[in-house]
Ligand binder design. Sequence first.
Ligand SMILES: Cc1cc2nc3c(=O)[nH]c(=O)nc-3n(C[C@H](O)[C@H](O)[C@H](O)COP(=O)(O)OP(=O)(O)OC[C@H]3O[C@@H](n4cnc5c(N)ncnc54)[C@H](O)[C@@H]3O)c2cc1C
Ligand code: HEM
Length: 369
Amino acid sequence: MGDLSRLLKESWTLVEEQQDKMAGYFYARIFLSNPQLRDLFPVQMDVQRARLLGAIVTAAQTLDDPERFAEYLHGLGRDHRKFHVDESHYDLVGGALLEALRTFGGEQWSAEYDQAWRDAYVVIAKLMVAGADADTNPPYWHAEVLTHERRSRDIAVFTCQTLQPMDYRAGQYVSVETKHQPRLWRVYSIANAPRKESQLEFHVRALGAGWVSSALVRRLKPGDLIRVAAPMGSMILDRKSTRDIVCVAGGTGLAPIKALVDELTRYNRTRWVHVFFGAMDREDLYDLAELNRLAARYPWLSVVPACSSDGAFTGEHGNISDVVKRYGPWDNHDFFVAGSAAMVKDTLRVLAEMRIPSTRIKYDAFTDG
Ligand SMILES: Cc1cc2nc3c(=O)[nH]c(=O)nc-3n(C[C@H](O)[C@H](O)[C@H](O)COP(=O)(O)OP(=O)(O)OC[C@H]3O[C@@H](n4cnc5c(N)ncnc54)[C@H](O)[C@@H]3O)c2cc1C
Ligand code: HEM
């Protein structure tokens, strides 16, 4: 472990137990001396409170050698343009961070610790600013909601059209924000391959107390304007690969899988594509009719739906990862996996047991952080 990393970790133990109070102090410092910055943050700071501070702390501590993480930090800086963050804000936030650490670190806080945090922050901020400066895209795109359909109690499929063209690859995700939850951004996978008319489809499940997902499912309607930012993610097709494909989708994890299938409908003739689509019950197989329609049209596509807790379902039963295993072996396939963190973890475990090389597996886990 490098010296910087050791100092950061060691000093963090002095403040760790007072994180919540420290976060309150940190934001108060920023907003009291720069009230205009309050407008960059979500209205409900109580739930969001620790997001920025927590992120800076994690970044500093895990980045023993920040240059190694240049790509991630460039991306993060680019992404911060959607929050209206500019270069001058970095010093203000860095100053507040140092004051908060010093205040809660108490008597044991040393000049050495102070310097370590200052050094880490400067390098991170520099890389983020460089990333933002190099970006030629707009910070976000406005999009108008065209259609909005409730497919089950908790799931909606909606489409929108960006007012300017946006480049992305099938399988990627974007941050989304609505007027219903201003300045709260969450990422959602685009469910279609790029189209000339700039239309995007999204599949969203409202999670219990989830702020953004429940607004997207229950309050969004045609005509609403939303903001969409920064296509990201690397779960994309390798057009040079000739291997057959296995896609494993859990719930709305179907969204990026459907985008990949959509791209394949444009050029594929030779690769067999197997889509496994799992959910708790039939109602949550919200897009099965459309998948079946595609399978009827494209001879290379097969679809296997499965329910984990619906005894009356006439298709496969059990967790989707086990169903994939039952249909194996899969000796020479490219894999794409998307769904909840638990579903992705289970599937990766099963694929590892089947000795599928990890280089052939791409996945996105829908964690919320
Ligand atoms: C790469 C990626 C792609 C994604 N794509 C999609 C997509 O296409 N479709 C989609 O629906 N989602 C997708 N997500 C998830 C999405 O980004 C949000 O995390 C999700 O919608 C919850 O946001 P929220 O604001 O509603 O919840 P938050 O306000 O962030 O969370 C509110 C509370 O709900 C809790 N919570 C979290 N999970 C659950 C749960 N399963 N049940 C009950 N409570 C829970 C949280 O812990 C928190 O306390 C994706 C995530 C990632 C990382
Ligand atoms: C070292 C510097 C920084 C790091 C590592 C960092 C990291 C992060 C991360 C990882 C997130 C969560 C990402 C997301 O929700 O999409 C975030 C959110 C945010 N950051 Fe930063 N950030 C830094 C500096 C700044 C600065 C200088 C500002 C300007 C005031 C800022 C403003 C915000 C805002 C407004 C949010 C959204 C807050 C929320 O949703 O709660 N950040 N930051």
